[in-house]
Design a protein around this ligand. Structure first.
Ligand SMILES: [Zn+2]
Length: 445
């Protein structure tokens, strides 16, 4: 019904003002009428999007967060800016940790008010529209945004804060060269003179990009992956490092941090906050530090933010523990070399391991990144290579000297592993396919 109504209304509302008035009429009255019609049309677009999302969820086609946003944007290209108007919007971007960090930050801000959040990780404009439409009364919005879409989303929502986590190589066909991503982000930040950028002081790519912003709050959280930080992003010279500091002859250097992580303690000049997380891994402590620092810039005390995020033990299925038959599965997502390098640190305990690799559009079609993952560091254990690109993964594991089986179907692959604890590491679509199958099997979807 909404779609039919939308189809009837759309051409009139989006037409030129000349459709509605003749030259010589009162321009003020006409402008007011046009504004009213546009607002009415925007409401129709949002309701149509919500209806499409509802249909998607009810039919089991998806979470509705993409189709709902696309319908609203198709009917009203300004839907994102209209929905964001008057709210305190924070954008979270970077190569790894966007979904987790945005969940942590949303939890922290919920201690101050209602929060709109694209919790399922739909991180382009359509996902942002869907999240804002679903929480019309939320005064805060935490929006995870893909690096390549930050400029467009930021221009529409005029964020109060942009939280920039890290920038490392991704699949060649998706992310291109990491310095190019940093340059695009920097150019976007230049156009946000009122925005505060909260950024990782230990990632030279991030510092170069965030340094183009008019205001930055630097958080020193260390870096788990330095494979893309050997040379200066600004001039290409070799970076000189001295302990945590780094600098280049051109002047680009690690900025003096406003907040810094020491073990699991987040320091500022005024406070020390313990980040005793339930989520595993050093990388999640870094994510938490950045989320707490960002929340503090919006008036949520570090202590209150840390207390809120301490409750989180799984994020959109990631880090969840599922019992299936005689096996206890711990679900982890890793989709690029830096993500894997971080994940390896939580695979130290020699559990059985299922690795699921797909190469769909959302994963990147290119699987050469598997050769940048230091699988050689993986302690020996029972391993099965799985997913639509199981064969590619199997070759890589063979070159790493790791005995393994290869079985493209992840559930069949689990049958090849022993009873007990099993770590499951999958990339993006592999992870979500497996989650859906496990949920269907358990009768929860
Ligand atoms: Zn330089």
């Amino acid at each position: 019904m909404f779609l039919v109504a939308a189809a009837l209304l759309k051409p009139r509302c989006r037409g030129a003002p000349g459709l509605w008035f003749r030259r010589g009429e009162d321009d003020g009255l006409v402008r007011a009428t046009v504004c009213r019609l546009r607002r009415a049309w925007a409401r129709v677009a949002v309701r149509a999007g919500l209806a499409a999302a509802w249909v998607s969820r009810r039919s089991g086609l998806g979470a509705g967060s993409i189709i709902g946003g696309r319908v609203a944007l198709a009917l009203d290209p300004d839907a994102l800016s209209r929905l964001a108007a008057g709210r305190c919007v924070v954008l979270v971007s970077g190569t790894n940790g966007k979904t987790t960090t945005s969940h942590l930050l949303a939890a922290a801000l919920r201690t101050a008010g209602r929060v709109a959040h694209n919790a399922t990780g739909s991180n382009m404009a359509d996902g942002a529209v869907a999240a804002l439409a679903a929480a019309a009364d939320a005064e805060y919005a935490v929006l995870e945004v893909d690096e390549w879409h930050l400029a467009a989303v930021a221009e529409a929502v005029d964020p109060v804060v942009v939280l920039l986590l890290n920038l490392t190589r991704d699949q060649l066909d998706r992310g291109t060269e990491v310095r190019a991503v940093a340059a695009v982000l920097g150019a976007a930040l230049v156009r946000l003179p009122r925005t505060l950028v909260v950024a990782n002081a230990d990632d030279p790519m991030v510092v170069w990009a965030a340094g183009m912003a008019s205001r930055a709050h630097w958080v020193a959280v260390g870096a788990g992956w330095t494979g893309d930080a050997a040379t200066c992003p600004r001039c290409g010279s070799i970076l000189r490092t001295d302990g945590p500091s780094w600098k280049c002859g051109c002047g680009l250097a690690r900025p003096e941090p406003d907040s810094w992580l020491d073990g699991e303690l987040l320091h500022t000049a005024q406070s020390v906050t313990a980040l005793d997380m339930r989520l595993p891994g050093r990388f999640n402590i870094r994510n938490a530090a950045l989320a707490v620092a960002a929340a503090a810039t919006l008036g949520v005390s570090p202590q209150r933010a840390a207390t809120a995020i301490r409750e989180i033990d799984a994020v959109a299925g990631r880090f969840a523990v599922i019992h299936r038959g005689q096996q206890e599965l711990r679900l982890l997502l890793a989709k690029n070399p830096a993500g894997w390098a971080e994940t390896l640190s939580v695979l130290e305990e020699a559990r059985a391991l299922l690795v699921v690799i797909n190469a769909r559009e959302a994963d990147g079609r290119d699987t050469s990144w598997l050769w940048d993952v230091p699988f050689e560091q993986l302690p020996r254990r029972a391993i099965v290579a799985s997913g639509e690109r199981a064969a590619d993964l199997g070759v890589r594991l063979s070159y790493a000297g790791l005995d393994h089986h290869t079985q493209p179907d992840p559930l069949a692959a689990l049958a090849l592993l022993p009873a007990g604890k099993v770590d499951v590491v999958a990339n993006y679509t592999g992870f979500h396919q497996l989650l859906r199958r496990l949920a269907r099997e358990a009768g929860t979807s």
